[in-house]
Design a protein around this ligand. Structure first.
Ligand SMILES: Nc1ncnc2c1ncn2[C@@H]1O[C@H](COP(=O)(O)OP(=O)(O)O)[C@@H](O)[C@H]1O
Ligand SMILES: [Mg+2]
Length: 265
């Protein structure tokens, strides 16, 4: 069964076209990375899939139903962490548990919340408030909160973009562990502008061009997991994946910058 299908969607703000003729099918359990330069419409795309905005033309289907509004079926983590500042970490996550499992008692919700927090390495910080946490901890909290929604589809919008390299690597590993351990696997759509991150995470990478946002390439990453960060820089197969991605951007008429070294585009 196919989880998510975008059928020729276009999105415009007034007469400014942001996304154009975008068609895409994402399989159940797939880890899809959407790669694109900033301003290219990546966040817009996730907002459409989440049901936070409607396409100007075209349709989006999830599990054979048209997406018309937000749903806990499609959990989203934004670039800027989405935690309620007036609740403790535990209560932030317990609220999400309450949405996915409303029949649990208050105590059971808090216990379940503590489990999610332990899974992201925040077991000891459950009583803390968001302002008492570092950026990396807040981002892990936001991930725990979205995982607790139990969504079969996770929409992650540059979730690790604000983190230092060490925390970023930790959270990438954590996300992969959580994704690989679950049965059935959740479908993930992960947005980034970082080629290395895309190569580390994705089963498939969609290259999004900008002005307007269109799919300009698609690369299937046929490499076993777990993938080593060193291989991503040096191994021959990853070098050719990287070249294929860069070629998508170089083929374009406009001069979108592609930066191979930093892994950014
Ligand atoms: N509310 C809005 N009204 C008009 N234009 C917008 C609005 N939100 C975003 N945009 C424009 O849409 C384009 C795509 O934005 P976005 O989806 O956030 O890109 P990305 O996430 O790839 O950086 C940008 O040029 C941005 O300026
Ligand atoms: Mg964005």
């Amino acid at each position: 069964m196919t989880t998510l299908r975008l059928a020729d969607i276009t999105f415009a703000y007034g007469d400014r076209v942001i996304l154009e003729h975008l068609s895409l099918t994402v399989a159940d359990g797939e880890f899809l990375v959407v790669l694109g330069a900033s301003g290219g419409g990546k966040t817009t795309l996730l907002r459409l899939i989440a049901g936070l905005a409607a396409p100007t033309t075209g349709q989006i289907f999830f599990a054979d139903e048209e997406v018309r509004a937000p749903s806990p079926q499609r959990g989203i983590v934004f670039q800027d962490y989405a935690l309620f500042p007036w609740y403790s970490l535990r209560d932030n996550v317990a609220l999400a548990v309450a949405k996915s499992e409303p029949r649990l008692s208050r105590r059971e919700r808090r216990e379940r919340a503590a489990e999610y927090l332990r899974a992201v390495g925040l077991g000891d910080a459950a009583a803390k408030y968001p302002h008492e946490l570092s950026g990396g901890m807040r981002q892990r909290g936001a991930l725990a909160r979205t995982l607790a929604l139990g969504s079969p589809l996770l929409l992650l919008d540059e979730p690790f973009g604000a983190l230092d390299p060490h925390n970023r690597a930790r959270l990438q590993n954590l996300l992969l562990e959580i994704w690989r351990a679950a049965t059935p696997r959740r479908t993930v759509i992960f947005v980034t502008h970082d080629i290395d991150e895309a190569l580390l995470l994705g089963d498939r990478i969609i290259a999004l061009g900008s002005n307007p946002g269109r799919i300009i390439g698609e690369i299937k990453i046929d490499a076993p997991r777990p993938r080593s960060r060193e291989d991503i820089i040096t191994a021959e197969n990853f070098r050719s994946y990287r070249a294929a991605i860069q070629a998508c951007y170089c083929r374009r008429d406009d001069d979108e910058a592609v930066d191979g070294d930093g892994g950014g585009i």
